[in-house]
Design a protein around this ligand. Sequence first.
Ligand code: NDP
Length: 450
Amino acid sequence: MSAKIKNAHLAEVYEEVLTRNPGEPEFQQAVYEVLESLAPVADKRQDMVQAGVFKRLVEPERVIIFRVPWVDSAGVMQINRGFRVQFNSAIGPYKGGLRFHPSVNASIIKFLGFEQTFKNCLTTLPMGGGKGGCDFDPKGKSDAEVMWFCQSFMTELYRHIGQFTDSPAGDIGVGAREIGFLHGQYKRIANEVTGAMTGKGIPYGGSLGRTSATGYGLCYIAAHALAAKKQDFKGKTVVISGSGNVAIYACEKAQELGAKVVAMSDSNGYVYDEKGIDLKLVKEIKEGRRGRIAEYAEAKKGATYKADCTDIWSIPCDIALPSATQNEITEKDAKLLVSNGCKCLAEGSNMSSTADAVAYLVGADIIYVPAKAANAGGVSVSGLEMTQNSTRLPWTAEEVDARLQKIMLDIYNNIDAAAKAYGMEGNFVAGANIAGFLKVGESMMAQGAV
Ligand code: NDP
């Protein structure tokens, strides 16, 4: 792979990453994509090469791994493994979500923390990159078990976080319920009520608009990219994978913008509703009773269910919004989408596309907005939540949404300009990586050998 990185120094940095991080394919993939884009920058910026910026960038500042013991409702001791990767604090306190999913391991948390560093640079807010999580599966656990687990997890995590140090939020498997329990335990141990956690409930310091921010932001940036090609959401057919936080609010905004969303999924399968997804029903199933997407087809006449979530991309659509998990778009899926007439693919999930799919999409006749830019709305509103907590002044939903819209427009303009400046117009992968890198890289240079 390193042979494809067209700068000798960056190829060497990548080789070192492979040697230092064996058995971590997701982390290696995320680093590869960034270094490949940065070749033209490294060619121009010998000062950054000399200062070891690229070498430092791929090494997390700190990786914390800890035991999470808790006792389930049958009285059995359970042991999970917790992680917090504090990747880069050059532009602000570490910021990034917590993922609770059985697949969580060091590779996944490191890839997420690495990507977060660039994403947070794009938001225009002063936030460094971090990410955390645990191989705990909240599915099938009682509320009490989730609380006992969250309390044990925070009993270790609390000493590593804080409003000026590191501020976690949600991600897969960490929603309002989990954030509530985590915040409660942090407050209890740290004896302070601050913006150390974001995504909190509205009555206790949360920001209006945080729940919907990632999905709404995804549609806002896709709309800007479409507008540049004189297109919009109106009358378009949309396919969205996932049916969690990001997917639900992407669906809500896409529908508001006049599109017809025809399919959504979970890890078991997907539903297709030719008449357009009934979002009220999806919310009832997923948010109301933590049910499965298959229940949608049972309740909705005319809708069908297929027990294979990976097949969702065979549905012809104008706009695809992957919003479930990493590597959910393979090269085969990307080719199928394009040959079926898809005009825009914007990533709600982090690293939605495999390396081969990215290489194909960048050269194909499709608008492709990568996750670092496309799903930055969530962390942006988390940043706004921290601001509101610090000033003790909550903002209205309209004010938060106006700021989110402005941030997504700024991100679009920024990645578009960076791609153009390096002679790669329309290549938003390069645009996002370069724009993010320049901000964090310059900041690291200015702060010396840290
Ligand atoms: P949720 O836990 O709310 O929802 C995740 C959805 O994706 C569920 O429908 C889940 O199905 C499905 N899913 C999870 N893992 C897989 C898998 N391996 N294969 C197929 N489907 C899967 O998470 P979010 O909506 O918060 O996160 C979704 C994506 O968006 C993640 O990549 C996350 O990193 C990214 N993201 C989230 C942000 C946020 O603000 N929440 C911000 C920026 C990015 P099931 O219920 O069956 O597990």
